[in-house]
Write a protein that binds this ligand. Structure first.
Ligand code: SIN
Length: 493
């Protein structure tokens, strides 16, 4: 086992799947390797489950559902509160596990654990506030009630870029409303998911309420999760391509879905922007997780009057970015997740160069080798480049020059995606006009970071639908039932 996984609480490192409250090997005894993106070494082997194990996990979740749903919201909230406390107490170990399997700098991993724990804390507080409605009667002798009831079994399919927070963001509100879950974590990063399950078990979550099926090949597990009639909702974070496939698979069972898919975020800097703040915002948005988030600035539009000054300031600020393994102190940019990821970044940068883009920083694999890519700045980007239409998912900032507000709104919206958008301006009228005109589920004005458990996260267009975080996120896990209560005799005519 790798030294990177030398933990204070060694019990957090699990390699078996978690089904019906038991830690189990795969039926055929197979396992798959979890690799360190920092050096390619094998960290551990993890149970390689398939359809049979997935089906048993669904049955376990279904079996645990009625008793869990029958608890009061307050009782469910107390379990969630203990889970939150345990996650917080074990923040350092959880962050180390994440850095080892995902590669992100330790400081970012600690931040993700705190961010993810926030969803559990929120759900613990909200479990007793999943209110329905009493609607004024529309008829004498009757009353109109609206109940919110748990959906039942939820399947959560989660990505490698946020191995912990994308799990708690789905599980915590689902558990708060009385749902139970089967989670399929990304094959690159199952260890963070399993560690969360250890803590959920310690917090007193009943057996079967939360199940984790680890698998190297996501396809058969995904097909079972979307096809099994006992699953009532599928919540997925990942690529638009896979989201569409899951949607097709879930269609026959008419399952509820939440899809948080790809993005192509515009980041607009108007002439009147506060330049140092805008540079700080780009750094935060673009280089978080080495550029591997769905909400990373993908197209940076800079107005002609401020373009040169902005490009110079950003280039200078980027010189301070240190690349290296995530467990080395002061590193800002870790490795990319795998070979496919670094090859894609290379291809996009090569295409941009061929099409006249000027690389003023980076532009190649890092001297460290492996999966490290240099923080890169490309000036003179334009709409014919592939990176204008495809998610870069790497540490590459591409600057596009624009003339006026109407032009940049049209450019920003000229994409099939609509997850996040950012812009910087000091003009209040423009702030409202542009925020309302941008086709995105999230718009950040004069801010480069917006993620929080207290606000709804999600997209429009091919970035998906459904919201995570806040009470909107809780609503994704309930059925709304209208009860007409008649026969109330003796009312005045
Ligand atoms: C994502 O990239 O999918 C999530 C990013 C976030 O929660 O901030």
């Amino acid at each position: 086992m790798s030294a990177a996984l030398d933990l204070q609480d060694k019990d957090l490192l699990r390699t078996e799947a978690f089904i019906g409250g038991a830690w189990v090997a795969a039926d055929k005894g197979k396992s798959f390797a979890v690799l360190s993106p920092a050096n390619g070494s094998e960290l551990v082997g993890v149970a390689d489950c398939g359809v049979a194990e997935t089906r048993r996990a669904i049955e376990a979740a279904d079996g645990a559902g009625p008793a869990w749903a029958a608890l009061t919201g307050k009782e469910r909230g107390q379990v969630l509160r203990r889970w939150f406390d345990l996650i917080t107490q074990h923040q350092e170990d959880l962050a180390r596990i994440m850095t080892a399997e995902q590669g992100k700098p330790l400081a970012e991993a600690r931040g993700e654990i705190a961010y993810g724990a926030g969803f559990v804390e929120w759900a613990a507080e909200e479990a007793k506030r999943v209110y329905g409605d009493v609607v004024p009667p529309f008829r004498k002798g009757a009353r109109t009630l609206v109940l919110k009831q748990p959906l039942g079994v939820v399947a959560a399919i989660t990505p490698w870029n946020f191995p912990s927070a994308m799990i708690t963001r789905k599980c915590a509100p689902a558990l708060a409303t009385g749902c139970t879950l089967v989670i399929k974590p990304a094959e690159q990063t199952p260890l963070s998911a399993l560690a969360l399950a250890v803590l959920a078990e310690r917090a007193g979550l009943p057996p079967g309420a939360l199940n984790i099926v680890t698998a190297h090949d996501p396809a058969p597990v995904g097909a079972e999760l979307t096809g099994n009639p006992r699953v009532r909702k599928v919540s997925f974070t990942g690529s638009t391509e896979v989201g569409k496939l899951l949607m097709r698979q879930a269609a026959d069972g008419v399952k509820k879905m939440s899809l948080e898919l790809g993005g192509n975020a515009p980041f607009i800097v108007f002439d009147d922007a506060d330049l140092p703040r805008a540079v700080e915002g780009v750094l935060a948005s673009k280089f978080r997780n080495a550029g591997q988030t769905c909400v990373c600035a993908n197209r940076i539009y800079v107005q002609a009057g401020i373009y040169d000054a902005f490009a110079a300031a950003l280039g200078k600020a980027m010189q301070a970015l240190k690349t290296g393994p995530g467990d080395v102190p002061d590193v800002h940019i870790g490795p990319l997740i795998d070979d496919a990821a670094i090859r894609k970044v290379e291809t996009l940068v090569e295409d941009a160069k061929k099409q006249g883009g000027k690389v003023t920083a980076g532009g190649a694999r890092h001297a460290l080798g492996g999966l490290f890519y240099e923080p890169t700045l490309i000036e003179g980007a334009h709409g014919a480049m592939r990176l204008a239409h495809e998610e870069i998912f790497g540490p590459v900032a591409a600057l596009f020059r624009f003339g006026d507000e109407a032009e940049v709104i049209a450019l920003a919206n000229d994409t099939e995606y609509g997850l996040a958008a950012y812009f910087y301006t000091r003009d209040l009228g423009r702030a409202f006009r542009v925020a309302e005109a941008l086709e995105a589920g999230i718009v950040a004005v004069n801010e480069g970071v917006f993620s929080t458990e207290t606000a709804p996260f999600g997209g429009v267009k091919q970035s998906g639908f459904g919201r995570e975080g806040s009470h909107y996120g809780t609503d994704e896990f309930v059925n709304v039932k209208y009860v007409l209560m008649g026969g109330i005799d003796g009312e005045p005519a």
